[in-house]
Design a protein around this ligand. Structure first.
Ligand SMILES: Cc1cc2nc3c(=O)[nH]c(=O)nc-3n(C[C@H](O)[C@H](O)[C@H](O)COP(=O)(O)OP(=O)(O)OC[C@H]3O[C@@H](n4cnc5c(N)ncnc54)[C@H](O)[C@@H]3O)c2cc1C
Ligand code: FES
Length: 261
């Protein structure tokens, strides 16, 4: 059940030329948020921009009653967000949407660019429940490779690919994923694995194809333009094999095989 509240900004860091990390206080979101869920953030007290901006839960810390958001500047709203200072308050609505389901012994996490944001929280939960967590981080350049060392320290195996070769292997992370499945995941392991992905739509479509070919269940976190975030405005509808669904309420996490790509 989402609530709307003012959250105190406890920390706000520019991690590199691309990514920012916000730490906010909320007992409720820290204790109720699930991996894959998101919050809608009001970036201005003014009417411009009027609409809240959806940002995934990056991490929660129930003991400290805090949660973190990882984001990049793409337009007016996120640029305004980047100017928020420690000690100020942000109006936040959440936690929203349905999260990832951690149901198998092997978790394969694939991130494209900012798609890494919800996967940190997922990895933390998955490592507690599964035997093995593999994280595939794909980005255009090394500037967009985030959290690599943190994932390793958690006990995940991490594989990185950048399009320009400035970090990890040169190429697409989906190619490394296929290679990994073919060479390291035996046919016995495939049914015990779930593939989780977040990133650009084109990457998620490829992930869905890989999952189908390799007979691995896949859950993908989709993005859509959002207004209310609560299923009311119908602005975030996507077509699935079971009719139109709202990304904000029915998702953002969907079974890859259910989406009409
Ligand atoms: C469920 C969900 C979770 C998200 N989690 C994160 C996150 O953890 N970190 C993060 O950095 N971003 C995340 N996003 C994307 C983020 O919401 C947008 O980048 C943000 O709303 C852009 O606002 P803006 O005012 O800065 O840009 P705008 O001025 O609104 O837009 C700038 C450009 O970005 C495009 N754009 C805006 N919103 C989206 C969108 N949702 N999908 C695709 N293109 C878009 C616009 O078409 C435009 O070209 C998430 C989106 C969704 C739907
Ligand atoms: S954003 Fe309004 S229905 Fe999804």
């Amino acid at each position: 059940m989402p609530i709307q509240q003012k959250c105190l900004v406890l920390d706000h860091q520019k991690l590199n030329s691309t990514y920012f990390k916000l730490t906010l206080a909320s007992d409720y979101i820290a204790s109720h948020g699930l991996p894959g869920q998101f919050v809608e953030v009001r970036v201005s007290n003014d009417t411009d921009p009027l609409l809240r901006r959806p940002i995934s839960l990056h991490r929660v810390d129930p003991a400290k009653k805090t949660f973190e958001l990882l984001y990049e500047i793409v337009g007016q709203g996120t640029e305004m967000l980047s100017r928020i200072k420690i000690g100020e308050e942000l109006s936040v609505l959440g936690p929203l949407g349905s999260g990832f389901k951690i149901d198998k012994k092997i978790a394969l996490l694939a991130a494209g660019g900012m798609g890494i944001a919800p996967l940190r929280f997922l990895a933390e939960q998955a490592i507690k429940k599964t035997k093995a967590v593999y994280v595939f981080i794909g980005a255009k350049t090394h500037e967009q490779v985030s959290q690599e060392e943190d994932f390793r320290q958690m006990g995940c195996q991490v594989i990185v690919a950048t399009e320009d070769g400035s970090s990890g292997s040169k190429g697409l992370i989906t190619d490394l994923l296929v290679h990994f499945i073919d060479t390291q995941l035996s046919t016995l392991d495939a049914p015990r694995s779930t593939l989780y992905a977040c990133g650009p739509h084109a990457m998620l479509k490829v992930i869905a194809e890989i999952a189908q070919q390799k007979k691995i269940d896949a859950q993908v976190s989709l993005e859509a333009w959002m207004a209310c975030g609560l299923g009311a405005c119908k602005g975030c509808a996507i077509e699935t094999k079971n009719g139109y669904k709202m990304v904000c309420e029915d998702g953002p996490v969907f079974n890859a095989e259910d989406i009409k790509w």
